[in-house]
Write a protein that binds this ligand. Structure first.
Ligand code: AMP
Length: 117
């Protein structure tokens, strides 16, 4: 069950500030508050989804495809497409998910190595 009060829901609602990288009516990308690499951006769709499976199984294909295309758009926008990057999503307790709103981490700006977030 989706927690309407989770921190990313509050960021989408504008109740908590964030360092915005890109936003449109469907998606929001912003800097991670506790970066593990020189570039550490979080990307979230604005629908109420708890994790990766919830998002890809329960939302329409256009919404899902658009989100993944926007990840690529942001990777280009922040200038790490050529140098390389890592896109990660954590799910559930074994995955180490802290915030129960589906999100991706975009890591780059340096060699990521064994950092897995
Ligand atoms: P995860 O462990 O995949 O759920 O990652 C949650 C991420 O959200 C962590 O990398 C946190 O540093 C990040 N985070 C938590 N609160 C905020 C916030 N207010 N603004 C930006 N990033 C946040």
């Amino acid at each position: 069950m989706y927690d309407n009060k989770n921190i990313f829901a509050q960021i989408i609602a504008g109740n908590i500030p964030c360092k915005k990288i890109y936003e449109d009516k469907d998606v929001l990308f912003f800097e991670d508050i506790n970066p593990v690499s020189k570039v550490h951006v979080l990307g979230i769709p604005k629908v109420k989804c708890t994790n990766f499976s919830d998002f890809v199984l329960n939302y329409n294909k256009d919404i899902v495809a658009n989100f993944f295309m926007k990840i690529d758009f942001v990777i280009e926008k922040i200038g790490i497409k050529e140098t390389g990057y890592r896109v990660i999503t954590n799910s559930g307790s074994d995955g180490g998910q802290e915030v129960p709103h589906f999100h991706v981490h975009i890591l780059g700006g340096e060699k990521i190595g064994a950092k897995i977030r």
